[in-house]
Structures are given as C-alpha cells and as structure tokens.
Design a protein around this ligand. Structure first.
Ligand code: ZN
Length: 130
C-alpha cells in the first residue's frame, strides 16, 4: 500500500490529487490493472470530476452546502454532522483502470480529495491490483 498526506487549508476544499495517485501507481508498479484510492476519514471523501473549469468544483461545493447546510437539525453532538453527510454522499473510495502504467481517466477528469471539515492533516491510501 502507498499512502500520502494532505494538509487542507479551508473548511471545505477540493484538492486535485491526480498526480499523487499517478505517482502511487508508478511506485506500486501497476502496469495493467486497477488502483483504489481510499480515504480513511469520516468527514472527507474522494470523487472524480472535471479538472478543466475550476468553477465545476466550486459549484459542487456550493450545491452540497445547499443540500446539506452546516447549521441544521442534526443529532451528532460533535457539531460536524453536515461534514459526515457530505462525506457519505461523495464516498470514501474511487477505482481507476491502469493501462501501460498510466491512469485511464477521461480528458476532463481529475481525482479530487474532498475536505468537508478542515483545515486538517489528512491521509490518502492507494492500493493496486493486477
Ligand atoms: Zn463528527
């Protein structure tokens, strides 16, 4: 397994980790197979979406905030229930096909770490299978 950390700077933040995941695939020597990116946190997640227009990820952040406002009627006493819900919506893992050692992503796709309760230091796990 390969892991790396991210220090997020904002409360909600999407970080393009495509380069780090490609580096992980190279390090794990996966030439042809699959790679799984897993986020071991309950208030952060990972998703694949557009990396060309940064407004897309801003729109995603704002849409999630409208759907799951920070202040609302929640039971969780820690006060960050909205972050848990958003993490559940985007999910904790993505899988990407590797061919000839390269991530097989669409032209406009990037892999984004999704912070919902930052700033914090976070960990990303990557494992490959042939
Ligand atoms: Zn909590």
């Amino acid at each position: 397994m390969y892991s790396f950390s991210i220090s997020t700077q904002n409360h909600t933040e999407f970080t393009d980790i495509t380069k780090e995941v490609q580096a992980a695939a190279s390090q794990l020597k996966i030439d042809s197979g699959l790679i799984t990116v897993f986020i071991p946190h309950t208030t952060a997640g990972v998703t694949i979406n557009e990396n060309a227009d940064p407004d897309v990820m801003m729109d995603l952040a704002e849409a999630l905030e409208r759907a799951v406002p920070w202040k609302g009627r929640y039971r969780h006493s820690e006060g960050n229930a909205a972050a848990h819900v958003k993490a559940a919506i985007v999910g904790s893992s993505v899988q990407v096909i590797i061919e000839k050692g390269r991530l097989q992503l669409g032209t406009w796709q990037g892999i984004y770490f999704c912070e919902f309760d930052g700033p914090r230091t976070r960990t990303v796990w990557v494992q490959g299978s042939r």
